[in-house]
Design a protein around this ligand. Sequence first.
Ligand code: G1P
Length: 294
Amino acid sequence: MAQKVQKAIFPVAGLGTRFLPATKSIPKEIMTLVDRPLIQYAIDEARDAGIDEFIFVTARGKTSLEDYFDNAPDLENRLKQDGKDKLLDALIQTNMDSGAIAYIRQKEALGLGHAVWCARRLVANQPVAVILTDDIIQTDGKSGLAQMIEAHNEVGGNIVAAMEVEGPAISSYGVIDPESQNGSIIKAKGLVEKPDAKDAPSNFAVIGRYILEPEIFTVLEGAKKGAGGEIQLTDAIDHLARTKGNVHGYCFKGTRYDCGSKSGYLEATIAHGLLNPELRDELTAYIKKIAAEI
Ligand code: G1P
């Protein structure tokens, strides 16, 4: 059995420029799907997978993210007095134990690989999960990360979430160069960050969930800039695939929404609205109405 994964890194330093002007004053991770911010979905997924230490790699302008996870005693008292128990419950679930979250700053926007490297001292010598909050994974059972931890228990080493992407869109992703496949698990002989579609080694795209062994930090230590002039996490994982042969892709069961794009974010909003019993009927009626008018 592989060593237990207890810590997760959330790289949340990005500027969220695709959502300007909204992200001028709020971090993109605070943008909501129905009534929960994206970061809450990521935290809930991590908790479901047994993670109990949360490392946020942040940047200037992200303090409202820290506030979000603080207790809000005035608000709690008010809801208690007003007998709004359901809302109170929802609020209390966002509180985090003291010491469960650590915040570190990425001082320069040098890329995802660099952001993960910034957490090296807090992770030390154990495997760690990485969750990109732009990617929302909705499942009917175990969370995306919980499924990956099961795969990690099976094969050990480094695991990346994988999903098949058809056509030119593959060039927006890290892509797996597969050696072999056994059910949902793909052994990778390499990874390429954002290749031209014609050069993509497969249609298996990397989605923003990773389980990484601490050796990744040694590789990131000397990392050079890659695609887009950034220090890429994909390149470091590619190095491990090539030199150690201990990288697998895991095809999770569930639906992934790309909340880093406006259309993906809107799709996720509609999907999560439809999943909400209080909204489903009204929203379905509205969707039918406008679909008939389009
Ligand atoms: C990042 C990773 C990429 C991965 C993608 C998944 O890219 O670098 O390998 O496929 O997340 O969402 P980004 O979308 O941040 O450019």
